[in-house]
Design a protein. Structure first.
Length: 130
C-alpha cells in the first residue's frame, strides 16, 4: 500500500509538467519564433532605410546651405569683395583706408584700386579710422 501511495504521488508530480508540455508542439514554437524573427528583421530593414533617407536629406540641406553661403556665389551675382593691403576685409565705407591701395575681388579675378585721400562725410562717426 505504501508503494502504491508513493507511486501515485510521483505520478501526480509528473502530471503537471506533462500537461504543460502537451500544449507545446516544438514545430509550432519554431514556426512562431521564425515568424517573429522575420517580422522583426523586416521592421529593422524598414527603420534603417528610413534613417538613411533622413540622413541623406540632412546632408543635402547642409550642402545647399554651404553652396548658398559660398563667397564665390555672391561674387557671381555681381558683388565685389574689398580688402586692405594687409588683407583685412572692408565691409563699411568708414573702414576704407584713404590714400592706400585696395584689392577688389570680382567673380573673374582681382584688381588693385587706389582710394582717394580722406574726404569728410556727414555720416562719419567718431570710430572712423583717421
Amino acid at each position: 500500500a505504501e508503494a502504491a501511495t508513493s507511486l501515485a504521488r510521483r505520478r501526480a508530480r509528473l502530471a503537471v509538467p506533462q500537461r504543460a508540455l502537451a500544449g507545446v508542439a516544438p514545430r509550432r514554437q519554431v514556426s512562431r519564433a521564425s515568424a517573429e524573427v522575420h517580422h522583426v528583421a523586416e521592421r529593422l530593414v524598414s527603420l534603417a532605410r528610413l534613417r538613411r533617407s533622413s540622413a541623406a536629406t540632412r546632408v543635402d540641406v547642409a550642402a545647399a546651405s554651404l553652396r548658398a553661403a559660398d563667397p564665390r556665389r555672391v561674387l557671381e551675382r555681381g558683388f565685389v569683395q574689398l580688402r586692405t593691403a594687409r588683407g583685412l576685409m572692408i565691409g563699411r565705407r568708414r573702414e576704407l583706408p584713404h590714400g592706400e591701395p585696395v584689392t577688389a575681388r570680382f567673380a573673374d579675378g582681382e584688381a588693385v584700386l587706389h582710394s582717394p585721400p580722406r574726404a569728410r562725410h556727414a555720416d562719419d562717426d567718431e570710430r572712423s579710422p583717421r
